[in-house]
Write a protein that binds this ligand. Structure first.
Ligand code: ATP
Ligand code: MG
Length: 389
């Protein structure tokens, strides 16, 4: 039995003339996602991409699991290749989907005939194949509106394809069709979700993490790398910078009013991330902030953070409740790692009574006490770069 995977790309279809470029990037991303399990041949045809294993031993279950995480795919399905001949189609349908027919009570047949020379028209194909299935499985019923199993037969140029239900793809746009962005990643729940959401819109990720040893530990840093590894299963490899932040945090603690501590710290994160972002050709910063979640995320505080950078700041979680963010973090399997109890640099020196309505003039005044340029430069120079896959 020769089996392939059929890919339906989603929004790509809307992209008109760019469609070819988009599909090429999608194929490149699929090839990377499958590289560890073997070689495949990719063929474009109408709004479908056919993914064919070059070798019989390739594990297609594994391939499907990996492709389910590739953005730009609306739906995918495994399909059996048959001759363009009704007898072969009938025999192979029973052989291929037999187990599924045992599991369900209702089904329907759909036919797509892109080869108009095929002797039977679509309704005739459905009728013949449907009848054949019913004569093999007496308990099955046809339900054209809400079947448990839809058997689709596609008659193409050289072969026919038989497939069962579609599998939902990850949706979104292929990564690296929308430029690059630098995500400020902590060990929390929100920023990995924010990273995932922007990758889903086609943005290639770079990440920046601020570490404050000895206040934060190696374990905390490892946790962030583990989170990035999970996100990278969707986004592809993430070039990551770990920035030493202790000196800056201590300077802020020693020289600035306590009520502004967090907001000033957040502004320096933005300034440093911006330098790294420019160096890495990123056109936006990404954070996991959500309005009102904590004192540093009131609209006033976010306003003060925003003006620390000239880059646009994308905050995909901005209007989400915590439980909505948690739901996504469970889906992408970052939640269990995010809740491990290691100290983040944000939780050291947190003020007892942070100002929730900070004024930018007061903050700029407070920051004058810091030797900003030198502090920022040393932090950037001390950054360690790795690539997380
Ligand atoms: P998260 O769950 O993402 O940590 P949070 O609700 O805990 O979010 P904060 O800790 O206040 O919120 O952080 C707000 C945002 O600032 C984070 O979403 C992240 O983008 C950024 N951030 C916080 N700490 C760090 C850090 N150590 N390194 C890099 N970015 C950070
Ligand atoms: Mg946090």
């Amino acid at each position: 039995m020769r089996e392939i995977i059929l890919i339906k790309n989603g929004e790509l279809v809307l992209k008109g003339l760019n469609r070819n470029t988009f599909e090429d990037i999608l194929i490149k991303n699929m090839r990377k996602a499958l590289a560890e399990i073997g070689e495949f041949t990719f063929k474009k045809s109408q709004s479908t991409i056919m993914v064919e294993p070059n070798d019989d031993d390739i594990d297609l279950d594994d391939a499907v699991e990996r492709l389910k995480k590739v953005f730009g795919i609306a739906a995918l399905s495994r399909a059996l290749v048959a001759e363009k001949d009704m007898d072969d189609i009938k025999v192979k349908t029973i052989e291929y989907l037999g187990e599924r027919f045992e599991e369900v009570e209702t089904f329907k047949v759909e036919a797509k005939r892109s080869d108009k020379k095929f002797p039977l028209k679509s309704p005739e194909i459905c009728r013949e194949l449907g009848g054949h299935i019913l004569s093999n499985y007496h308990d099955l019923k046809v339900d054209v509106h809400n079947p448990e199993l839809t058997v689709t037969v596609e008659i193409r140029d050289t072969y026919a394809f038989i497939r069962g239900n579609n599998i939902k793809g990850a949706g979104g746009m292929p990564v690296s069709t929308s430029g690059r962005g630098a995500v400020l990643i902590s060990g929390g729940i929100d920023s990995p979700v924010a990273a995932y959401m922007m990758a889903k819109r086609g943005i290639e990720l770079v990440s920046v993490h601020f570490a404050s040893p000895p206040y934060t530990t190696e374990l905390a840093e490892q946790k962030v790398m583990d989170l990035l590894h999970k996100v990278a299963q969707y986004s592809g490899p993430i070039t990551t910078y770990v920035v030493p932040f202790t000196e800056l945090q201590e300077a802020i603690r020693d020289k600035c009013p306590e009520v502004y501590f967090t907001i000033i710290m957040r502004r320096y994160m933005m300034k440093i991330a911006e330098i790294i972002a420019n160096h890495q050709n990123c056109s936006a910063l990404i954070t996991g902030e959500s309005v009102g979640q904590v004192a540093s995320q009131t609209i006033y505080a976010l306003g003060c953070t925003d003006v620390a950078t000239e880059l646009p700041v994308f905050r995909p979680c901005i209007g989400m409740d915590k439980d909505e963010i948690v739901r996504i973090s469970r889906e992408i399997d970052t939640f269990q790692t995010s809740i491990l109890p290691y100290e983040d640099c944000c939780t050291v020196f947190t003020p007892k009574h942070p100002k929730t309505r900070p004024h930018i003039e007061e903050i700029l005044e407070a920051e004058k006490a810091l030797d900003s340029e030198a502090l920022i430069q040393r932090a950037v120079e001390g950054a360690r770069k790795t690539v997380i896959k």
